[in-house]
Write a protein that binds this ligand. Structure first.
Ligand SMILES: Cc1cc2nc3c(=O)[nH]c(=O)nc-3n(C[C@H](O)[C@H](O)[C@H](O)COP(=O)(O)OP(=O)(O)OC[C@H]3O[C@@H](n4cnc5c(N)ncnc54)[C@H](O)[C@@H]3O)c2cc1C
Length: 417
């Protein structure tokens, strides 16, 4: 669609699509809209000052200095200009009037919409199981969600400093690996017995723990934190029931919470996130929600789910565009995610539940293996660790009923299973 045509539409006061949020889901939604021939005005409202960028490298390559900020952008800044997207960067959406179909912004302006897409993502959790923890707001205590956060942490990644990470989820463990690569002393604290316990279970969690210990990370598992205090002239101390741990900097990595306040105040149905159907439409049919914020109905799994992963943000951004364009598509794919820590790279696909049986193919000690999760003999999820170009095939194996011995036998060609 030509720029002249969309500008003319806006000049005639034609209502179009307003997207709240400047993350990956938002970027892919508006990109797909224009690629699909959407000619009406599109406005992107983002609290951040940057054009949308990818967050996964913020705890990995960007933090380690091997990927510059410009390479994080899925579409260059010039694309938004060329595609005639009205960019309202550094601007926060403060309220939605569903009756008037308007959004009020922090610069006191109001925008009308025909379709509104909420893509407000998540923010770092500050409480959680550490709800009574004091000192999380002291200088030197960081959270990691944005490019700005990653830049601030990167400045402190000076060899010899001591970083204490509270939380042993994906972001905590990834930053731990990046900080060790920069020569810092790293301590990780979690009340769980292994890292990633909730997400991946104890088998893979133990493997990740061994990897970090082997790379010099001090792991204090089964250890909660009661508070963080300033130690004048010395830095910080992290207080635990078993004693104080001195730190030059602290990363609070205890999870994320969805930015769903706008949706709640607007009267939309909100559960673990904004509740949307398989086409990502909320309880108000002119409002869609996508990415980390969306609790969407997955037609393959037959239930609602909210997924905080990169692949989902991209796919749901495109699906919301398809819905607005009137295409008959739905949320039918399985969750996928990846991580990189030290020399471990992995990809996961599927819908593992805590009670599923675990089947390992290969020798975990070698660092190259595949884990399958099975429920009553049926594969529910799979993960390839340091074995590449197999994840699409693993995806095709989900729902199959393959004997455990066949899965485990590395003499069987995986691609033939
Ligand atoms: C450090 C880090 C590492 C990660 N690593 C991985 C990984 O290895 N693998 C993986 O699969 N996933 C990873 N993820 C998760 C992945 O990045 C997210 O799932 C994805 O970014 C979600 O995209 P989103 O567009 O839904 O939300 P976000 O990317 O969070 O974007 C939300 C945007 O909305 C803006 N916003 C919020 N409220 C308002 C408002 N009221 N008005 C205007 N703007 C607003 C925010 O400022 C932000 O720009 C990582 C995330 C982080 C933070």
């Amino acid at each position: 669609m030509s720029e002249a045509a969309t500008t003319e539409a806006a000049a005639q006061g034609e209502l179009g699509t307003v997207v709240i949020g400047g993350g990956l889901a938002a970027a892919h939604c508006i990109h797909e809209l224009r690629e699909g021939g959407y000619a009406k005005p599109i406005t992107l409202i983002s609290s951040e000052n940057e054009v949308p960028y990818e967050r996964p490298p913020l705890s990995k390559e960007f933090l380690q200095g091997s990927k510059p900020a410009l390479e994080l952008e899925p579409f260059p800044g010039s694309w938004y200009t060329d595609a005639d997207i009205a960019m309202r960067l550094g601007t926060t959406a403060e309220s939605i009037d569903t009756a008037a179909k308007t959004v009020s912004l922090s610069d006191s302006s109001t925008l009308g919409y025909e379709n509104l897409v909420i893509a407000t993502g998540c923010r770092s959790r500050l409480g959680g199981r550490n709800a009574n923890m004091t000192g999380w707001d002291l200088p030197g205590v960081y959270t990691l969600r944005s490019l700005e956060d990653s830049k601030a942490i990167k400045e402190q990644l000076v060899s010899g400093k001591h970083l204490v990470i509270i939380g042993a989820g994906w972001i905590g463990m990834e930053v731990g690996a990046s900080a060790r690569a920069a020569g810092l002393e790293v301590t990780v604290l979690t009340p769980d017995q292994v890292p990633l316990a909730v997400a991946m279970g104890s088998e893979f969690g133990s493997h990740v723990a061994q990897l970090h210990v082997a790379n010099g990370v001090q792991c204090h598992f089964g250890t909660g934190v009661t508070g963080i205090a300033a130690d004048p002239g010395k830095g910080l101390v992290v207080q635990t029931p078993t004693g104080d741990i001195p730190a030059d900097l602290v990363l609070l990595a205890i999870g994320a919470v969805p930015n769903n306040e706008l949706a709640v105040a607007a009267g939309l149905e909100v559960g673990s996130g904004v509740v949307v159907d398989q086409r990502l439409r909320s309880s108000d049919k002119s409002i869609l929600a996508i990415g980390d914020i969306a609790e969407a109905y997955n037609t393959t799994l037959g239930r609602n789910m909210r997924v905080e992963h990169w692949d989902n943000a991209i796919r749901q951004g495109k699906l919301a565009a398809a819905t607005i364009l009137g295409r008959d598509q739905s949320y039918d794919w399985l969750p996928y995610f990846f991580t990189d820590q030290f020399d471990l790279g992995m990809e996961y696909v599927g819908d593992r539940q805590a009670e599923d049986d675990v089947v390992v193919r290969g020798d975990m000690a070698s660092g190259e293996f595949i884990i399958f999760w099975l429920r009553q003999g049926v594969i529910t999820a799979a993960m390839n660790v340091n074995i590449w170009d197999v994840n699409d095939h693993l995806r095709s194996m989900i729902s199959k009923n393959i004997p455990v011995a066949t899965l485990q036998d590395t003499g069987n060609d995986l691609m033939a299973l």
